[in-house]
Every structure is written in structure tokens, then in C-alpha cells.
Write a new protein. Structure first.
Length: 374
């Protein structure tokens, strides 16, 4: 993922569900965040972070602070309670627009759109404090390193940067089979279903999925909930099958929904087939086996065009769903970034942000406390 793609994904998330994209706690998707509670989490977090700094015995000046990856300003506004000036930076225009609309601190809190792999919009030694959490984890390490180097450059004498980054993935624990009452959900095929498909070509489906049970569906591990599709003919399964994962790292909670794109390659032999599409828990059961729905479509597979490239998959007409990629960087490598930039790691601590329990279920790592060149 390059920076342009990163910006497009987060701009789309900012347009559709910005609060959940910033802080994806269970039960908050699709506009379910209470806006006041959302901003209160920022105040609590910054209080804890500055308490950690005090525990280090660090004489932090309270002049100017930077919130890197500010989103709609959850942490930037909280920093305004402790610093004279605060700047927020984000890659998504939709996030910056929302942050400016929600700003309660006037000119003391400024927001900046930045599509560059550096922070050249700010001069050297500009900030007493730099803070970033749940941001660098979504940025490829090639670019994350550049931003960490910039944090060091931007620190004024005696300044401190705290940034969060995952250092390793935890091996996913195998999920248990879900209870019977968890196999309650719905899926809706969006757009017109295909009636005719060239042999060997990929068919793309956009599927809207809703968890209608009172349980959270696992979306990671060996028994995750997926969208599946396959071809049937004369009572047997023919050709390729497809699986589409649900883009929710912390599970899909009760009442939550998501739209995914699924690609299925048509059989090589022309003829009339039944396409079956539905939900399943991998290695356990299809929802249809537990009384749930299954979409069945009659599709005519016809001779493919001779000029088609064998095995090539066309891209879907609809744009891809916005993605939240997750990256890890070993702790030793992060420390080397800081040293090579002329900085020094003065401490590490666990993540204090809401959702930290969910983070530590999947990742190792935490907050690095860094100072600039002495």
C-alpha cells in the first residue's frame, strides 16, 4: 500500500464512519459512537499519557504539541487542555474537515492535511510534545520510519515524543465452534446477479453481511466467520470455491454489518450451474446447515473469449472497500530508527488507549518515549 492508496482508504472511512475507524470498539460501528463519550476517551488517554511522562521525571514544557494521525481531533482537543498550542496532522481530507468542524479550541488547535512522507510543513524544533497512537500500525514500515525520523527532528530541546507501534503479531488462538444461537445472520447480494459468465473468468460479488445474533462472530483465527461461494452441478461441487474474510480485526459484534467484495472464478466447462453463496464458520459449518439462509443463483457458463489471458482476474467495477492494513516492526528496528535520526529512547510503556485489551490479544508492542538530540 502506497501513501496515495492509504489516503484514499482513510478518506473513504472518514466519509462513511469516522469515529469507528479511529477507535473501533465493539458496538460502535455504523455511527453508534456517542460523540461526547468519544472525546472523553481522548481526555482520559492524554491524562494517563502525561501521568506516565511525569513518572519518568521528565520536565516537559507545555508550549506546543503535535497529534500525528489526528483523525477528527479526539486527542488534539484533549491536548489543548494541557498545551498552549496544538497541531493535528492527517492524510484524509474528510477527517480534517470533520476535525475543523468539531474544534472547540479555536486558533489554539490547528489541523493540517499532509500527503507527504515527511512533515516538512513544520520547521525543526517546533514541538515540546509529539503523540501518536493507533496510527503508525496502519502505515507501511518504509513510511513509518520516515515519520519517526521526523518526530525526532521536530522535537525542541527537552521535548518528548510518544508513539505507539506493534512490534510483533501474536499467534492467533484457535477459536471454538460458535454456539448454535450465534449462527444467526443475514447476507444480501448487492447489484444485479450474473445470468451469464464466460468460462474461466472471475465474477465479483458485493455482499452486505449483518450479525443478527447476540454473540460476536470471530473474524480471525482458524474458525473465523467468512462469506463463501461455490459452484454446483448435478449434485456435485465443480471448479473453484471462494472465501471472503470480514474486515473486522476485533470480531463482528451483535447488530454490526459490513460490505465485502468476493471474487469467484467460473468453471472451465460451459454449462448451467447453481452458484451458492452464504455465511460459514470455517472448519465448523455453513450457516445454512444451522437453519440460516443460502443464496442460490442459476448461472449459464459460456465459452470464454479467446483473447482472455489464462488465469488473469479482472478488477471489479466497484472500488475496493477501504482497508485498514496492520503492520509490525521489531522493537530493535524501531530503536535503530530513533538512534539513526539522532534521537534516544528514554522509556517504553504499554498502550493506554481504549481498546488496548483487543490490541494485545493480537499484537505485542506499545508506546516508545523518545527525545531528540541532546
Amino acid at each position: 500500500m502506497d501513501l496515495d492508496e492509504l489516503a484514499r482508504s482513510w478518506d473513504a472511512l472518514g466519509e462513511s464512519d469516522p469515529l469507528w475507524a479511529i477507535l473501533a470498539l465493539p458496538g460502535t460501528r455504523a455511527g453508534r459512537w456517542d460523540i461526547h463519550e468519544f472525546f472523553r476517551t481522548g481526555e482520559t488517554e492524554i491524562d494517563e499519557v502525561l501521568g506516565y511522562v511525569e513518572g519518568l521525571g521528565w520536565p516537559l514544557r507545555r508550549g506546543r504539541a503535535l497529534d500525528f494521525g489526528c483523525g477528527v481531533g479526539r486527542l488534539a482537543q484533549a491536548l489543548c487542555r494541557h498545551f498552549d498550542e496544538v497541531d493535528g496532522v492527517d492524510v484524509a481530507p474528510s477527517m480534517i474537515r470533520a476535525a475543523e468542524k468539531l474544534n472547540h479550541y479555536g486558533e489554539c488547535c490547528r489541523y493540517h492535511l499532509n500527503h507527504s512522507d515527511d512533515l516538512a510543513l513544520f520547521p525543526d524544533d517546533a514541538f515540546d510534545f509529539v503523540y501518536s497512537t493507533y496510527v503508525l500500525q496502519h502505515i507501511p514500515p518504509l513510511f513509518a520510519r520516515r515519520y519517526v525520523e521526523e518526530f525526532v527532528r521536530l522535537l525542541a530541546s527537552g521535548g518528548l515524543a510518544l508513539f505507539q507501534i506493534p512490534t510483533a503479531r501474536r499467534a492467533p488462538a484457535p477459536n471454538d465452534p460458535m454456539p448454535e444461537d450465534a449462527f444467526v445472520g443475514s447476507h444480501e447480494l448487492l447489484g444485479d446477479p450474473p445470468g451469464t459468465v464466460p468460462a474461466g473468468e472471475h465474477v465479483f460479488f458485493r455482499v452486505h453481511v449483518t450479525n443478527r445474533s447476540v454473540f460476536t462472530w470471530p473474524t480471525r483465527g482458524h474458525r473465523m466467520v467468512l462469506v463463501g461461494a461455490l459452484w454446483r452441478r448435478d449434485g456435485g461441487i465443480f471448479g473453484d470455491q471462494a472465501r471472503g474474510s470480514i474486515p473486522a480485526d476485533i470480531g463482528l459484534g451483535p447488530g454490526e454489518d459490513v460490505t465485502i467484495t468476493l471474487a469467484l472464478r467460473a468453471p472451465e466447462r460451459p454449462g448451467r450451474y447453481t452458484l451458492e453463496l452464504g455465511l460459514l464458520q470455517e472448519h465448523v459449518a455453513w450457516f445454512a446447515d444451522r437453519g440460516g439462509p443460502m443464496t442460490r443463483l442459476e448461472v449459464e457458463v459460456v465459452e470464454g473469449a479467446e483473447e482472455d489471458t489464462p488465469g488473469a482476474a479482472p478488477t471489479p467495477d466497484d472500488p475496493a472497500d477501504p482497508r485498514m492494513e496492520m503492520y509490525t516492526t521489531p522493537a530493535g528496528e524501531v530503536i535503530s530508527w530513533v538512534i539513526q535520526a539522532g534521537g534516544r529512547v528514554v522509556g517504553t510503556t504499554e498502550v493506554v488507549s481504549p481498546g488496548r485489551e483487543l490490541f494485545y490479544e493480537q499484537f505485542e508492542g506499545g508506546l516508545f518515549a523518545v527525545t531528540g538530540a541532546s
